[in-house]
Ligand binder design. Structure first.
Ligand code: GLA
Length: 397
């Protein structure tokens, strides 16, 4: 898709000229999985693929939305004064939900005509939903002259997901989509929202996303179930601990050793153990990355996958096969599933870019032979968060 086609389509659909181009990236989480809603740490980066929009403000308070990813339409036409982000709107629930949350938070929201187009595979775990949420938030912020920071936009996106979509997700995806920086990963403490950028100095090495081709099934309900299991594990610990913890992520590995016997249920024990271990791994991984200790970083990625497979149980046979095949390639420093799991994508760390071709070919062949699924590969370039863009950038990104 180029900017001229976007302009033509905009005119065709809305009978006027589009004014400003915007972009919001997707994200890949390098490590720190299922820790965000437990008040732990995460280490994602924004990627080059994402969602684009061409938009123009409206004076009459109407929000008219069209996505070129659903070319059969229809155009959604809603009134910002009475927003009902009903399930019947399908993909448009995300932008409508964002407008509704902004209003609920007391902001006056301008109308707009918005044409969307995205190049993120849906349901692959690369945050196509956070991307469209934060994209809409930044468009409405611009047109309504709202004074909102990146972290505040992220909170609006998360509330949309929680209150209008019904997924009780944490804040990681929206945060990195809003606050990503080129060439950097972001270490976020999801309890305090304190964050720092960690430069992705990879030297000869390269990161690659591998889509398993297996779409997430029942992901939302299983996700909410994991969240509830973590709450139950926390309650068990708090029933006997000297002080009450607000999140599992607050509990140090030493404290966990002390309090773990309070969790009698074996499943809840495994869920909590993943969160405590993953939180520690994430802090170690951020350090390893900052010091250029890439082999250590790769080992932590492998340990993260094992924990998500055995303790958190969110991988599934396809992701397990894909990650195992990737890890066994001689050029691999590490590989793991990324995102919510239950299908979707893995991320792999390859020793040298020169070996990437061989890595891709061998992984794709063996994965197809073992599972019948075709893997797709996306190189990771850590990119900047959501923003207005020059039209020409549509082709460049
Ligand atoms: C999804 C959620 C995030 C996070 C990850 C798992 O991407 O949206 O908040 O919980 O799963 O780490």
């Amino acid at each position: 898709m180029n900017n001229l086609t976007m302009r033509e389509k905009f005119k065709e659909i809305f009978s006027r000229e589009g004014e400003i181009f915007f972009f919001a990236p997707g994200r890949v989480n390098l490590i720190g999985e299922h820790t965000d809603y437990n008040g732990g740490h995460v280490l994602p980066c924004a990627i080059g693929a994402g969602t684009y929009a061409l938009a123009a403000p409206r004076e009459d308070g109407r929000l008219r939305l069209f996505s070129l990813n659903y070319p059969e339409g229809p155009m959604v036409d809603a009134d910002t004064r009475e927003l009902r982000p009903d399930k019947k709107y399908g993909w448009a629930c995300y932008p409508l939900g964002v407008a509704a949350v902004l209003k609920l938070r007391g902001h006056s929201v301008s109308g707009a005509d918005i044409l969307f187009w995205g190049d993120l595979p849906e349901g692959a775990g690369l945050s196509s939903s956070a991307s469209i949420e934060i994209l809409t938030a930044i468009i409405l912020k611009t047109f309504s002259h709202l004074d909102l920071t990146g972290p505040e936009l992220a909170a609006v996106g998360q509330a949309t997901e929680n209150d209008f979509i019904g997924v009780h997700s944490g804040i990681m995806d929206q945060f990195i989509v809003a606050c990503g920086q080129a060439g950097q990963a972001l270490l976020l403490n999801c309890e305090t929202l304190a964050y720092e950028y960690v430069p992705l100095y990879l030297g000869q090495a390269a990161l690659i996303i591998i889509d398993s081709g297996k779409r997430r099934g029942l992901a939302d309900s299983k996700y909410n179930q994991r969240r509830a299991e973590c709450q139950a594990a926390l309650a068990a610990i708090n029933s006997g601990a000297k002080k009450a913890f607000t999140f599992l992520g607050e509990i140090s590995p030493e404290e966990f050793e002390l309090y773990a016997p309070l969790i009698e249920d074996e499943i809840l024990m495994k869920r909590a153990r993943h969160v405590i271990d993953e939180n520690r791994r994430t802090l170690e991984a951020a350090k390893a990355l900052a010091y250029g200790e890439l082999a250590d970083f790769g080992r932590l990625m492998c340990a993260s996958h094992a924990s998500l497979r055995d303790d958190y149980e969110v991988t599934g046979p396809e992701l397990d096969a894909l990650v195992e095949i990737a890890q066994n390639h001689p050029a691999a420093l590490g590989a793991r599933m990324t995102g919510a799991g239950f299908g979707g994508c893995a991320v792999a760390f390859v020793r040298s870019a020169a070996e990437m071709e061989d890595f891709r070919r061998k992984v794709a062949d063996e994965y197809l032979a073992r599972t019948g699924y075709t893997a797709a590969f996306y190189p990771v370039t850590a990119s900047e968060g959501a923003r207005p863009i020059e039209p020409e950038l549509m082709e460049a990104l």
